[in-house]
Design a protein around this ligand. Structure first.
Ligand code: HEM
Length: 215
């Protein structure tokens, strides 16, 4: 039988390709968007991680979601430094969530409050994504906009306390495989993961409208 981590990965593959190849993401990675677009995207991540980490606090002792709560994944302090670098010391006052970002964060919050296994779907989608593809984004951002390597501006993508991401991901997948949920509940988690990808894609679409890629 396929492991649950493999089921999740397979189920989200098509959605992943869609997110990855969105006009905004490919524009960002192709160096065809300005640093302002990158800053706006980073601001959206702030709202999502705010919801994710508020949930982490609430769920640390939860039998289902608790094992996934790992301080080395917390991103808000790194995001605060990046945003101060990108927007200046007044970054907080200028923070603004797109409606699509508000919907995404609201769904994360709702899961954190009512459905721990659903929260795991969001946790997986963000954390493994930021640990994996995030490194490609970081590399591109450093080259395109001249941020110091692993420095201010891209700290969000630097997991200081995870020296071996491959090993971390293996352990994370083992946690997914052992998720305390029966077959029906697992199917619901897979569906929530697909929803998490769709919520991300909606944010990219909105950002793509705000920042048009110039040839
Ligand atoms: C241009 C943007 C992106 C690139 C280049 C990218 C690239 C990658 C790569 C190379 C992996 C494979 C890592 C591995 O096998 O260990 C990966 C995995 C992953 N990515 Fe992305 N990604 C991008 C965007 C996203 C987005 C927007 C999300 C969702 C928010 C996401 C979620 C994930 C997840 C959940 C995994 C783990 C899959 C698994 O092994 O279970 N990625 N990504």
């Amino acid at each position: 039988m396929e492991s649950f981590s493999a089921v999740l990965r397979t189920a989200s593959r098509a959605r992943h390709t869609e997110a990855e190849s969105s006009a905004f993401m490919s524009g960002l990675l192709g160096g065809r968007l300005g640093v302002d677009a990158y800053a706006r995207y980073t601001e959206q991540l702030w709202f999502v991680y705010e919801a994710l980490e508020a949930g982490a606090e609430r769920l640390a002792a939860d039998p289902v979601a608790g094992p996934f709560v790992r301080p080395e994944l917390f991103r808000l302090p790194a995001l605060a430094r990046d945003l101060a670098h990108l927007r200046g010391p007044g970054w907080r006052a200028g923070l603004e969530a797109l409606p699509q970002t508000r919907a995404y964060a609201a769904r994360v919050r709702e899961c954190a409050e009512r459905w721990p296994a659903g929260y795991v779907a969001h946790h997986y989608t963000r954390c493994l994504g930021d640990l994996s593809g995030g490194q490609i984004i970081r590399d591109s951002a450093e080259r395109t906009w001249g941020f110091a390597r692993k420095g201010d501006g891209v700290r969000f993508y630097v997991f200081e306390e995870i020296p071996n991401p491959a090993a971390f991901k293996r352990r994370y997948r083992a946690l997914l495989d052992g998720l305390r949920a029966d077959a029906v509940e697992r199917r619901r988690v897979v569906a929530e993961c697909e929803r998490a990808f769709a919520l991300n894609t909606a944010v990219f679409r909105a950002l793509g409208e705000e920042f048009r890629v110039t040839a």
